[in-house]
Ligand binder design. Sequence first.
Ligand code: ADE
Ligand code: ZN
Length: 340
Amino acid sequence: MNKSHFYDFLRKIPKAEIHLHAEATIGRSTVKRLLVRSGNPDAVTVESLYQFNTLKGFLTSFLFVQGLIKELADLDHMFEDAATYLRENNIVYAELFFSPTGLIKKGLKFSDMIDVIQQTITRVEKRDKLTIKLIIDVSRMFGVENAHTNLELTLKHKTPMVIGVGLGGDEEFGPALTFEDVFQVARSKGLHVVAHAGEVVGPQSIWDALLKLQVQRIGHGLSATQDPKLVAYLAEHQIPIEICLTSNLITQKYVTKAEQHPVRQLFDQGVLTVINTDDPSFFNVSLIDEFWTLHTKLNFTMDEIKQLVINGFKASFLSDAKKTAYIKQVEKAWLAASEK
Ligand code: ADE
Ligand code: ZN
């Protein structure tokens, strides 16, 4: 299938994305506007913000962009930009990470932020016929106390829009097991739990996330293939791995070429793999681009691509009934697109 046919085809298919940072869906034109508003637009150029080749370099830019968010109204723009990204990719269900730490430190109230985001998401869901849920990133880089605070705020301002907590940030800086208590409380309160692990640290980091934090999904999980027992465990327990291929190629810890990416091996060994962009504006990548890379560089057939799309819903935190309904929609749309 040629590229434009592939993109047209995939655009017709409803999709899910479950590892996506809200701050990283802010469009570059919005970033430009926020830079100008900051009063010092020449100190940092937009172009320089998107140049990095390590996780640390990326996270510096990520935090800088987050720092440009000053007002509650900016959150409305952020989630409108997220909606634009979702629409362009025909993503009908998304679980977005939202990292409140920097904004709380700036004096914004968590409850106010949640209220604004709730309003925006309600409007977007109705208008664009999609569903957005939030996972609060408790942030390993700011330490355990901060993570506890984020969790307390999440529990205090409970809303059906917020479905879980996640551990993001630099894995080298904060080992998963340090956050055992935070995650134990989160689980006991019925929140879903996920963690970035095996992105820049070896398989022990993934084991810690699984056995100490008892997470339900692993973000990245790249280093899992260094430990065959771990791959067998992931496959046996059907623990989803949120693959972020382009993200991994840009941060360059374990892979620099798509052909080397372990997604092929994990998929072939029966691990429940799900495709995501992680930070689409920063990596200049869309979900459909990710599928195109898998098709052309890792020989994923169209049937396998369909399975990966279905996996997005399967690995989500939707109810079983909703998963079944969405998967039926995928099957139907796939058939219709194939007949054209
Ligand atoms: N926050 C946003 N993107 C991230 C990534 N790839 N790893 C860790 N934290 C992140
Ligand atoms: Zn991420």
